[in-house]
Write a protein that binds this ligand. Sequence first.
Ligand code: BDR
Ligand code: CA
Length: 311
Amino acid sequence: LRHIIIDTDPGQDDAMAILLALASPEEIEILGITAVAGNVPLALTQVNARKVCELAGKPDVKVYAGCDRPLDRTLVTAEHVHGKSGLDGPDLPDPVMPLQEAHAVDFIIDTLRAANSGTVTLCALGPLTNLALAFRKAPDIIPRVQEIVIMGGAYFEVGNVTPTAEFNIYVDPHAADIVFKSGIPLVVMPLDVTHKALVTAARNDAFRALGNPVGVAAAQMTDFFERYDREKYGSSGAPLHDPCVTAYLIAPELFTGRHINVEIETMSELTLGMTVADWWGVTGRAPNALFMGDLDADGFFALLTDRLARL
Ligand code: BDR
Ligand code: CA
């Protein structure tokens, strides 16, 4: 059983990642969900996180609001992908469950200090601002983190928000730099993997056919999310980026990758937020991340569909 904090900027794919975790209590215990600004501003991501918990019938999950902007840069959002609300597609009611009073960064710090060292995993589904600020504010928690599983970056797939940067890293490259230099064991799900987790029409039908409110909402979310990739890239299928993180916690055998050195570009305007991933081991720099390169897409969707049916 993994004890996790989910740091997130929902986002339809974040929502699917959270639903997968909520549906898997045998493998995952969620200590809290921390919202960050990213796909849409914080005022919406914290609401969306609570909507997703209520959709899953889990209103007791603790949701905290964190940073409303990156450490050093102006916030860049992605309404063009996720819609005005960040969670366009299904019509989910406004949440009734409360937002916790504590700041997400303090919750992360307090949780890591209170738990036995090496027993809390951080799951990062958005820009890394909350995590980096927690490490900056309380460096004593750094050696206490078991692992961070991150959706972010790219190697062969290069970028999705600029020619060379993936959205989560680009939005707060300085935060990403702190996290990648932290020395904490990192597992990274880059676009190279997540662009293989495509919701085809048949996979979407399988969500809808579950018949429960979660399955129907999942189908509506991926329908909406797909429209962007179809119109922009002519691809048929929404990439489920963030669920790769929570799927890894349940079934790591679905993924393959390499232990490599990954550094973040923070200086260049041209390549800001690029994950400089030493896939071929040419630099001699010490590995700091398990950087994934491939996934078993059929196995991934079988897992996701099976778990969503349980909610
Ligand atoms: C990442 O950016 C966001 O738009 C998604 O939620 C995902 O976390 C993909 O680049
Ligand atoms: Ca996200």
